[in-house]
Design a protein around this ligand. Structure first.
Ligand code: SF4
Length: 170
């Protein structure tokens, strides 16, 4: 079982840079509070601000918010609510870029923060790829833990879908 390469998704990557406990809960399919509004807000903002673009496009098993071409190169875009978690957003997009490269598609990425009227380009590099691989390996180690990592109070807890699970008694 040690050699089994557990699948890791873009969502896992995003949460990895926020909270390792959340990664464990998701990998163990612990259902979050389904009525939590924070689960849908990102999609809502995407629809509000980028109506003219094709949304939810998929390439293989990657689903991205936006796809366009620039100077003959594919540019994939992710719409985010704010740049507060920009590290997560960058690494998630990098994961998509890396997956596309494995399919022979050399794309660039852009992060879109419509509420802030901000855009940031993300490019695949050897260094970024190495960081990504270390994160993926660490996610697999977290997922193999028999119990979740200790909870830690961070600002994200306030809007996390697992906040009841983690902090109900407080
Ligand atoms: S509530 Fe906080 S500690 Fe619990 S999973 Fe969410 S972010 Fe992590």
């Amino acid at each position: 079982m040690e050699d089994y390469n557990m699948p890791v998704t873009g969502t896992d990557i995003w949460y990895y840079y926020i909270c390792h406990r959340e990664v464990w809960l998701m990998k163990h399919q612990i259902a979050p509070d389904q009525e939590d509004e924070s689960l849908d807000i990102g999609r809502f903002i995407s629809e509000m601000y980028y109506k003219r673009d094709k949304k939810g496009m998929s390439i293989g098993n990657i689903v991205v918010d936006r796809i366009r071409q620039e100077d003959g190169q594919l540019v994939i875009g992710e719409v985010k609510k704010s740049s507060r978690y920009i590290k997560s957003a960058k690494m998630q997009l990098l994961y998509y870029l890396d997956t596309l490269r494995k399919m022979g598609i050399y794309a660039k990425g852009e992060l879109l923060f419509p509420e802030e009227r901000k855009k940031e380009m993300v490019e695949w590099t050897e260094e970024a790829k190495e960081e990504l691989e270390q994160a993926i390996e660490h996610i697999r180690r977290i997922a193999r833990m028999p119990v979740p990592p200790e909870r830690k109070k961070i600002p994200f807890c306030a809007k996390c879908a697992y906040r009841e699970y983690c902090w109900a008694e407080e």
